[in-house]
Design a protein around this ligand. Structure first.
Ligand code: 4AD
Ligand code: MG
Length: 445
């Protein structure tokens, strides 16, 4: 009996008879020749059905297959340089075919569909080549992130989803009834990881986070995946050094592992190959000055208005896009005004209006992909900041406690998986980088 293989491994089976369990992606041909595009989740191969090579009833059944029919195909692997499979260059001379199911007419056709229709049919859209490629890049990126951290002495910690207080500002909390009490879906796992570092030194959490974002933009979701490393004895400079190593390694791993996927997405790989340390470091003050220059040189009044910025306000997507246009690598913007950022960030020495924060902006207008900071290590100062931001002291008692028993400088960042994958893939909107995205307007399917 022929061995059942994954198409991805097909190169090792030239000249041998193998079986593939998959689905029909497309079919062409006439007369004695039928060409089946077979996908099995790992790749895609063209099966050639030549009438004289098959029992007549098998050939006739093959002719009647509809798109997305589930099929088990046996055949001999042939090297064929012109064959456009994934991987490229192989074909299957079909010798047998079993049909698991003849699919009903598939709603998603090769013609153009509107985004609402596609999102409504996300459960089926996932099978399309482009979606397949994006989600494989996502999985590769996530694996590379874990790999790098595991290799650098970090321990993965699970942090809670039900939380008693805001971790990242009170305006985007999802409130949940917890047996009569109010709790919130986690906006971040950071605060818990700050406890974990005192036991493990270097930790990370990786999971879904929730923000009641009212913004309907290409970068915002209400549920997104965040990776958050936290490191003891690491200051702001150490954080930037770690981040540039980490991001570069993740991008290069995707380039190495996802050639076929990035080609399907028509991503210019040479742009990604430039992502190596060091990344430019731009202070918030310098960024505001650069934006003023760009604004002065802008003639279009609408564009000019969008570029308005005063010291003390956070950047909008227009500001981020203009800043990143100046570089072909991700850039660090550090030292934001304290008022723009969360309560837990360490103040800049001698400049309390500035905090030791850093955002990483991806090139090509993808905007902020990570946000991080050095954390306040003094308990009295932290308590003062809790009060200043009108946060409930009771809920943060444990968090302030951490600074009473062996407090150290420490820092960390959070990386948004969907934004990072959108950038690596070169696609416009974050919604396609999550299998089942949750946004302001959609929680189905
Ligand atoms: O900058 P943020 O809010 O940082 C934190 O949550 C920190 N507690 C992280 C830390 O230091 N451990 O979010 C981090 C990243 C952003 O840079 C962005 O990539 C992503 O999370 N992000 C979103 N992605 C999609 N949709 C949203 N609504 C997002 N909000 C943040
Ligand atoms: Mg941020």
């Amino acid at each position: 009996m022929a061995e059942t293989i994954q198409i991805r491994k097909i190169a090792g089976y030239v000249g041998q008879e193998v079986t593939i369990q998959g689905w029909l992606y497309a079919k062409t041909g006439k007369g004695k020749l039928q060409f089946l595009q077979i996908r099995d989740g790992s790749g895609l191969v063209q099966g050639v059905m030549f009438k004289p090579n098959l029992p007549l009833e098998v050939f006739e059944a093959g002719k009647r297959l509809s798109r997305e029919s589930s099929i088990i195909v046996t055949g001999t692997v042939k090297a064929e340089p012109r064959a456009k499979g994934i991987p490229q260059g192989y074909e299957l001379d079909v010798t047998d075919l079993q049909i698991a199911q003849i699919a009903e007419e598939f709603p998603i056709t090769p013609k153009e569909h509107g985004i609402d229709f596609l999102m409504e049919n996300r459960h089926l859209w996932l099978r399309s080549k482009k979606q397949w490629a994006i989600l494989r890049v996502r999985a590769t990126a996530m694996r590379a992130m874990r790999q790098w951290l595991d290799d650098h002495g970090y321990l993965e910690m699970s942090t809670p989803i039900f939380t008693p207080a805001a971790g990242e500002g009170t305006t985007t909390l999802f409130e949940v009834d917890y047996f009569g009490d109010s709790v919130y879906l986690a906006q971040t796992g950071q605060l818990y990881n700050e406890a974990n570092i005192f036991s493990f030194g270097r930790v990370y959490c990786f999971g879904p986070t929730f923000r009641a974002e009212k913004s309907k933009t290409r970068r915002h979701m209400t549920e997104f995946w965040m990776l958050e490393p936290e490191t003891a004895y690491q200051d702001l400079d150490g954080l930037m050094e770690m981040e540039e190593q980490f991001i570069s390694a993740v991008v290069q791993e995707c380039v190495a592992q996802c050639r076929d996927e990035l080609e399907i997405l028509e991503r210019d790989i040479s742009v990604l190959e430039k992502i190596t340390p060091p990344f430019p470091r731009v202070s918030y003050d310098e960024a505001v000055a650069k934006l003023a220059e760009i604004r002065a040189a802008t003639t279009d009044p609408e564009a000019k208005a969008l570029l308005d910025i005063e010291w003390g306000s956070d950047f909008g997507s227009q500001h981020e896009t203009e800043l990143t246009k100046l570089y072909d690598k991700p850039i660090f913007i550090y030292g934001f005004p304290t008022v723009c950022k969360a309560f837990y960030m360490e103040p800049w020495p001698g400049r309390p209006e500035v905090c030791k924060s850093v955002d990483l902006l991806a090139p090509e207008g993808y905007g902020e992909i990570t946000g991080g900071s050095e954390r306040i290590s003094d308990p009295a100062l932290l308590l003062e900041r809790v009060h200043q931001d009108n946060l409930p002291e009771e809920a943060f008692k444990w968090y302030i406690d951490l600074r009473r028993y062996g407090s150290v400088p420490h820092s960390g960042f959070g990386l948004g998986v969907e934004r990072t994958v959108a950038w690596i893939c070169g696609i416009h909107h974050v919604r396609e980088t999550n299998p089942f995205p949750r946004t302001l307007g959609r929680v189905y399917p």
